[in-house]
Design a protein around this ligand. Structure first.
Ligand SMILES: NC(=O)c1ccc[n+]([C@@H]2O[C@H](COP(=O)([O-])OP(=O)(O)OC[C@H]3O[C@@H](n4cnc5c(N)ncnc54)[C@H](O)[C@@H]3O)[C@@H](O)[C@H]2O)c1
Length: 436
C-alpha cells in the first residue's frame, strides 16, 4: 500500500488545467487499478459487478449504511475471486474513512443525490479520481465545490453519465463531427421514465412498502427538473458545451402535481400519507436552455406518469435531423425521399463510433445496452493512464446545476436564470471532447 508519490501528485495536479498535453506525459499505472465503492444499493451493485469484470482492477474497500447492501457488496467482490474487501458501515460518515485510505486510486460513489458532491470533493481532496452517479450535485454551491476541488488538486471528477456512451449517442456525435448535420441549431431531450417506485418504496432495502425514499424526499420538496443529466449529457457533448459553447440561461415551467398522489392512492390506499400529502414536484417539467452561440435545448422531466421510457434525443442542424424517439434520420440531399425518415442501419454501417466498433462485443451483456461497460471502461482507462476523464468536472457541474437552476426558475414564475460558467472563460478555447 503506497501513498501517491509527490511526483505523481504534481503530475496529477497538471490535469485540471492542461488536460491532454500534460496528461500525456504521465506514466500509466503498472499495477492493478484500485477502486473503492460508496453506496452499493441498486445502482452501486451493478457498477460494482461491472467493475469487477475488468482485468487488472481490484476493489479493496466498500461502504454502505445498509447492512444487507454492504454484505452483498463484500460477497460480490469475494465471488469474483478477489480478496475480502474492507467493509465500512459504521454510520453515515463512515465513507470518510474509506476515502482516506492510502491504497485507492479512485472512488466511485452511488448513494443519494445530495451526498454525491461532498463524497466527490473529499475523494479529490484525498488525491484520488472521483466518479459519481447522476446528478453529481443538487445545488450550485456543490457544483462550485467540485470545480474548485478539481482545479486545486488536479484530480478529475467524472459524473458517470452512461447515456453519453449509448450507441446512438456516439453515432450521432461521430456524424456531427463529420459535418453531416451542418450547424446545430436545436436539441431536445427528456428524462421520461416512470420511476414512481423509486419515490415510494416497494419494500425491501429501500424501506417498508409505501415509505418515502430519499429520492421521494427530493420530489416532496423541489419542483423542477430533478434529473437532467441523462439527456443533457449527450446534448452537452453534441453542442460542444464547455468546449466552444456554453449554457447561457434557462427558463423552466412545471405542470401541476398529480402523479405521486394518484400512485400512492392506487397502491397503498386513500389514507396513505403519500396519497394525501402535497408533493412539490410537478408531473411534467419543461426547461428551455439557450447557449451562448445561439442554439436552444428543450428538456423534459417526467418521472411520475404512466408511460414508456423515452429520452427523445433529437438533434437538429442546418442539413438534417436525428430523432432518438424514432431512431431515424433525415438529411437534405441524401435522404431518398423528401419529407420521409431514413432507417438508421446504413448510418451505423458508415458512421459507427470507433468505441462501439471496438468494444461492442465485450459491452453487450452489460446494462443500458452496453453503455455501462463502456463508460466504466473509459473511466478506468483514464485512472490507469493518469489522464483527464472524458466527462470532466466542468461537464459534471454544468449538467448537474440544471436541477437547482430549474427549481429556481419554476419558483420565480419561469423567470430566466443565468447558468454559471464553471470553466471561468476557458470554454472559448477548450477543444471538443476526444473519444476514441
Ligand atoms: N446512471 C444510471 O443509469 C442510474 C440508474 C439508477 C440509479 N442511478 C443513480 O444512482 C444513485 C443511487 O441510486 P439507487 O437507485 O442505487 O439508490 P438506492 O437507494 O438503491 O441505493 C443507494 C445506496 O446508498 C446507501 N447510502 C445512503 N446513505 C449513505 C451513506 N451516508 N454512506 C454510504 N452509503 C449510503 C443506501 O444505503 C443505499 O444502499 C442515484 O444517484 C441514482 O440517480 C443511476
Amino acid at each position: 500500500m503506497t501513498r501517491w508519490s509527490r511526483r505523481e501528485m504534481l503530475g496529477a495536479a497538471a490535469l485540471g488545467f492542461a488536460a491532454g498535453a500534460a496528461a500525456q506525459t504521465q506514466k500509466p499505472l503498472d499495477r492493478p487499478v484500485r477502486v473503492g465503492f460508496i453506496g452499493v444499493g441498486s445502482r452501486g451493485t451493478s457498477l460494482l459487478r461491472a467493475t469487477l469484470g475488468f482485468p487488472n482492477v481490484v476493489v479493496p474497500a466498500v461502504c454502505d449504511i445498509n447492512e444487507t447492501a454492504l454484505a452483498r457488496a463484500v460477497s460480490t467482490v469475494q465471488a469474483s475471486g478477489q480478496q475480502r474487501p474492507e467493509a465500512y458501515g459504521r454510520g453515515i460518515d463512515d465513507w470518510k474513512r474509506l476515502v482516506a485510505r492510502d491504497d485507492l486510486d479512485a472512488v466511485i460513489n452511488a448513494g443519494p443525490w445530495q451526498l454525491h458532491a461532498p463524497m466527490s470533493v473529499a475523494t479529490m481532496r484525498a488525491g484520488k479520481y472521483a466518479a459519481t452517479e447522476v446528478p453529481a450535485a443538487v445545488s450550485v454551491e456543490q457544483c462550485w465545490d467540485m470545480v474548485n476541488a478539481s482545479e486545486e488538486t488536479g484530480m478529475p471528477c467524472m459524473m458517470l453519465e452512461n447515456v453519453c456512451y449509448f450507441r446512438n449517442v456516439l453515432l450521432v456525435l461521430n456524424m456531427i463531427r463529420k459535418g453531416m448535420f451542418g450547424e446545430l441549431t436545436h436539441c431536445e431531450g427528456g428524462y421520461q421514465h416512470d420511476v414512481r417506485g423509486a419515490f415510494l418504496s416497494r419494500g425491501g432495502e429501500r424501506g417498508p412498502a409505501g415509505e418515502i425514499t430519499w429520492r421521494g424526499q427530493h420530489a416532496a420538496r423541489n419542483n423542477g427538473n430533478l434529473y437532467p443529466t441523462h439527456p443533457i449529457g449527450p446534448i452537452g457533448w453534441w453542442l460542444d458545451i464547455n468546449r466552444g459553447d456554453r449554457f447561457s440561461y434557462l427558463v423552466s415551467m412545471s405542470s401541476k402535481s398529480r402523479g405521486l398522489n394518484h400512485y400512492a392512492r392506487k397502491n397503498f390506499g386513500p389514507e396513505h400519507p403519500g396519497a394525501k400529502r402535497s408533493w412539490a414536484l410537478g408531473d411534467v417539467n419543461t426547461t428551455l436552455i439557450r447557449t451562448e452561440n445561439g442554439a436552444t435545448v428543450t428538456l423534459y422531466h417526467d418521472t411520475v406518469s404512466p408511460r414508456p421510457y423515452d429520452l427523445i434525443l433529437r438533434v437538429q442542424g442546418t442539413q438534417g435531423i436525428y430523432s432518438g424517439t424514432l431512431d431515424k434520420f433525415y438529411f437534405e440531399g441524401r435522404s431518398a425521399k423528401v419529407d420521409a425518415w431514413d432507417d438508421p442501419e446504413p448510418y451505423y454501417k458508415e458512421f459507427e463510433h470507433p468505441l462501439w466498433n471496438r468494444l461492442a462485443g465485450e459491452a453487450k451483456s452489460h446494462g443500458h445496452g452496453g453503455a455501462d461497460y463502456i463508460e466504466l471502461h473509459e473511466f478506468l482507462k483514464a485512472v490507469r493512464n493518469r489522464t483527464q476523464t472524458p466527462i470532466d468536472v466542468y461537464d459534471t457541474a454544468a449538467w448537474s446545476c440544471l436541477y437547482p437552476l430549474s427549481v429556481e426558475s419554476v419558483a420565480g414564475r419561469s423567470k430566466a436564470v443565468d447558468i454559471p460558467d464553471f470553466t471561468r472563460g476557458k470554454w472559448r478555447s477548450r477543444k471538443p471532447v476526444e473519444i476514441s
